[in-house]
Design a protein around this ligand. Structure first.
Ligand code: DAH
Length: 351
């Protein structure tokens, strides 16, 4: 028995030392320790052994030898495997990186941010109202009661069934109502409300969705002169210092008096061109002094407070700035269109 054990141990040692991969090692384990393995069978021979204790000890020697050699080999092979992996998966950190495709700001976002910055620099807050509005906020509280003919110019999209009192706002002037109602008792207001508005329009210069920015200033001593100064500054900063501004009498139900504001044509500089229809002027804003009834409806005392308001379409500025000829492309989400506006985007240098 002793001899047999010694032979077996030697054989195990030899076989294991010759193994070079994990699969062979696993196979060898099955050969010796498996259900019908050599050591397993040897162990079951204990029942026929004369000296069971001695027999058991001998078998144990074989098993211990096997386990020891097996564990050592396993460790060795695993280490080898790991080293091989580390070697083959080595990263060259000095390689140039793959080109990162980065998006860019939408042209309308750029214009919106530019205008916001401009008004913030003049001390205004920015208010962002909901696009689904009530009829009251969009029309009634702006002096456009149900059936008012001026509603026709802003025909929009109404919701149905239990939401029929709601519509997609047709003007950011709704922001005036919301800001006033949120500020009653808190005094003066100086705010701009940029955002999307919706109307039933669809041609090269009118989209069913477009963007406006509303401005509202309310205080105890606000006059038409303040309105004029503010809008002149705005036009000059946005369109260039050489820009002239003119005010024409107009009508809006929520302002009295009302004006329309023209700026020197941004394409021809006032000489006359197809864009300005040879007039040298382009209409850029609607504005006026907030109607006393509008102040009253939103909780402000017109005896104490006056205000001015203005509204402008942002798309026109974007079309001019970026040379866009069809407003509908602005909202088409075509990447071929959007990719053209990456220049000057300071976060886009990796492109
Ligand atoms: N809401 C008007 C429109 O969409 C624009 C406008 C005109 C806004 C005069 C004003 C304003 O605040 O005073 O046509």
């Amino acid at each position: 028995m002793q001899e047999k054990v010694e032979m077996l141990c030697k054989e195990i040692e030899e076989k294991i030392s010759n193994i070079t991969n994990l699969k062979d090692l696993t196979d060898l384990k099955a050969e010796y320790m498996g259900k019908k393995g050599i050591i397993t069978e040897l162990q079951s021979g204990i029942k026929d052994a004369v000296d069971k204790k001695e027999y058991g000890m001998q078998v144990n020697t074989v098993r211990t030898t096997f386990n020891e050699k097996y564990e050592n080999k396993l460790k060795e092979l695993q280490e080898e495997e790991l080293n091989r992996k580390l070697e083959s998966e080595k990263i060259d950190v000095t390689l140039p990186s793959k080109r990162i495709r980065q998006g860019s700001k939408h042209p309308m976002t750029r214009i919106q941010e530019e205008l916001e910055d401009l008004f913030v620099s003049m001390g205004y807050d920015v208010y962002d109202g909901p696009e689904i509005e009530t009829d009251e906020n969009c029309f009634q509280k702006l002096n456009l009661p149900i059936g008012h003919p001026a509603r026709d110019a802003q025909d929009t999209f109404y919701l149905e069934n239990e939401y029929e009192n709601y519509l997609l706002r047709s003007q950011t002037s709704t922001g005036q109502v919301r800001v006033m109602e949120a500020n009653v008792e808190k005094g003066p207001i100086r705010v701009v409300c940029p955002g999307k508005v919706y109307r039933r329009d669809d041609d090269a210069t009118h989209s069913h969705q477009f963007m406006q920015m509303e401005g509202l200033v309310i205080d105890e001593n606000v006059s038409m002169a303040d309105l004029k100064g503010t809008l002149e500054t705005f036009c000059k900063k946005l369109l260039g210092e050489k820009t002239d501004v003119r005010f024409r009498p107009s009508f809006f139900p929520f302002t009295e008096p009302s004006v329309e504001v023209d700026a020197t044509c941004f394409k021809c500089g006032g000489k006359g061109c197809p864009l300005c229809k040879q007039t040298g002027w382009i209409e850029v804003l609607g504005a006026g002094m907030v109607h006393p009834d509008v102040l009253k409806m939103s909780g402000y005392d017109p005896e104490k407070y006056q205000g001015f308001a203005f509204g402008t379409g942002l798309d026109r500025f974007a079309m001019f700035r970026f040379g866009i000829t069809d407003i509908r492309t602005i909202y088409g989400n075509d990447v071929r269109f959007l990719n053209q506006f990456t220049k000057g985007d300071e976060h886009n240098e990796t492109k």
